[in-house]
Design a protein around this ligand. Structure first.
Ligand code: ARG
Length: 457
């Protein structure tokens, strides 16, 4: 017995029931489905489309069903296909003919579009608050490391000295953009599709704005075909989450490198690392590796969703049922990664000494000594050449630039004076870069301030 079997002379093959049923994964939208139905019923009553006392009974019974689901008293049936029909079926079992009035002026096509929007709005909000906790943590860590000098890299080769705070604040910028992207895609999710019907709207005088207001939407969809067949908001979320995972994954890659003995810039907390079943000495950055690995599935979901949508004629097609597992998996993956990643980063031990040592080697102050000569009147291109030779000399003699005597320096240019040593001290290199956005402690402090303000918005 199906809610739609009027025209059928046979029941569906059990294999088909199993094949097209989505209840295994869309039961997750039970709350949204019920809230949507409650608003729809209330509106039907207010507009005189069904008797008010029927609307009241439907509303009340849906509330009871919601409570029963939450108390584990309800089991869904594969045969009832999806969450929408499961709930309608339970409603009809409980209140008979009155329950049969609920679906007036509605289709599962606009119903499912509504439910996903409602669910993803909640998920996008939750992910934003997880992100904000991460950002706050990183800002706090940056504040403690304003003077922690480390090498900055290009091509993974030591380039110029920066601070650990500056490095952390680079990730803060990325995560702030992620929050912004989520906000932006929330804005387009926040439009109410009921009233689109199956595809062509409905002849009932529904009050769409009433339902939108009741459910906390900003407005209503403007075209019934688009209302049921648009999944841009799913794609946008999948894409925002892919970018977010890419950021986490880049950070993880650095944490993995930094925790390798060869770097030893950080030490992961024991509670956030794992051992080897055979090698007793091992302490592995598995959490970071797994976040990096899970990035792949989130990208995969985005690709799956784009591919599902690419050939669909308007309006609804059953293919679109495939949207749910993909986007739910992306949401769940991100929600699982963010808190554990946050704790892993906040509990890791920063080895200032190792960072400083690494910055001292690798000639990270070579640009600054070149700039020193420029300030003494040497054209930059010439100065670049002079310091290049100096670096080659240092490599040959196994010395850092600041270990050369003034006499040795003068071999390269007569313009070197005693003040060169102060000019190329790592602290001078870092704190001289005080433009907005630079690594100098004051610049980073200002950046922290701006990030905090952005978080408040
Ligand atoms: N379970 C379906 C989905 O997720 C609901 C809409 C079904 N509509 C239909 N006409 N078959 O997309």
């Amino acid at each position: 017995m199906k809610l739609w079997d009027g025209r059928f002379s046979k029941s569906t093959d059990p294999m088909v029931d199993d094949f097209h049923s989505s209840i295994r994964f869309d039961s997750r939208m039970y709350k949204q489905d019920i809230q949507g139905s409650m608003a729809h019923a209330k509106m039907l009553g207010e507009c005189g489309i069904i008797p008010v006392q029927d609307a009241v009974l439907i509303y009340k019974t849906l509330q009871e069903i919601l409570a029963d689901i939450e108390n584990g008293k309800v089991t869904f049936e594969i045969g009832a296909e999806d969450i929408h029909m499961n709930i309608e079926k339970i409603l009809i079992e409980r209140i008979g003919d009155v329950g049969k009035r609920l679906h007036t002026g509605r289709s599962r096509n606009d119903q499912v579009a509504l439910d996903i929007r409602m669910l993803l709005k909640e998920e996008a909000t939750e992910i934003q608050s997880q992100l904000k906790k991460l950002i706050q943590g990183l800002i706090g860590m940056a504040e403690k490391n304003l003077d922690t000098i480390m090498p900055g890299y290009t091509h993974l080769q030591r380039a110029q000295p920066i601070t650990f705070a500056h490095h952390l604040m680079a990730y803060v910028q990325m995560f702030l953009r992620d929050v912004d992207r989520l906000k932006d895609c929330y804005r387009r999710m926040n439009v109410m599709p009921l009233g689109s019907g199956a595809l062509a709207g409905t002849t009932y005088p529904l009050d769409r704005a009433f339902v939108a207001k009741e459910l906390g939407f900003d407005g209503i969809t403007d075209n019934s075909l688009d209302g049921v067949s648009d999944r841009d908001f799913v794609l946008e979320l999948a894409s925002a989450l892919s970018i977010l995972m890419m950021h986490l994954s880049r950070f993880c890659e650095e944490i993995i490198l930094w925790s390798a003995h060869e770097f030893s810039f950080i030490e992961l907390d024991d509670a956030f690392s794992t051992g080897s079943s055979i090698m007793p000495q091992k302490k592995n950055p598995d959490v970071a590796e797994l976040v990096r690995g899970k990035t792949g599935r989130v990208y995969g979901n985005l690709m799956a969703l784009l591919t599902v949508m690419k050939g669909l004629p308007l309006a609804y097609n059953k293919d679109m049922q495939e949207d749910k597992e993909a986007i739910f998996d992306s949401v769940d993956t991100v929600k699982m990664c963010l808190p554990v990643f946050t704790q892993m980063v906040l509990t890791m031990k920063v080895r200032n000494d190792k960072m400083l040592n690494a910055a001292k080697g690798g000639f990270t102050n070579a640009t600054d000594i070149a700039d020193y000569l420029v300030k003494k009147g040497v054209p930059f291109r010439d100065s670049h050449g002079i310091i290049g030779k100096m670096v080659a000399y240092c490599i040959k003699n196994n010395k850092n630039i600041d270990e050369l005597s003034l006499q040795e320096l003068k071999e390269f240019s007569g313009r070197f004076e005693e003040d060169v040593y102060a000019a190329i001290a790592l602290e001078t290199c870092v704190n001289g870069r005080r433009l907005p956005g630079g690594p100098a402690a004051d610049s980073v402090k200002a950046s922290i301030q701006r990030a905090r303000e952005q978080l408040m918005e």
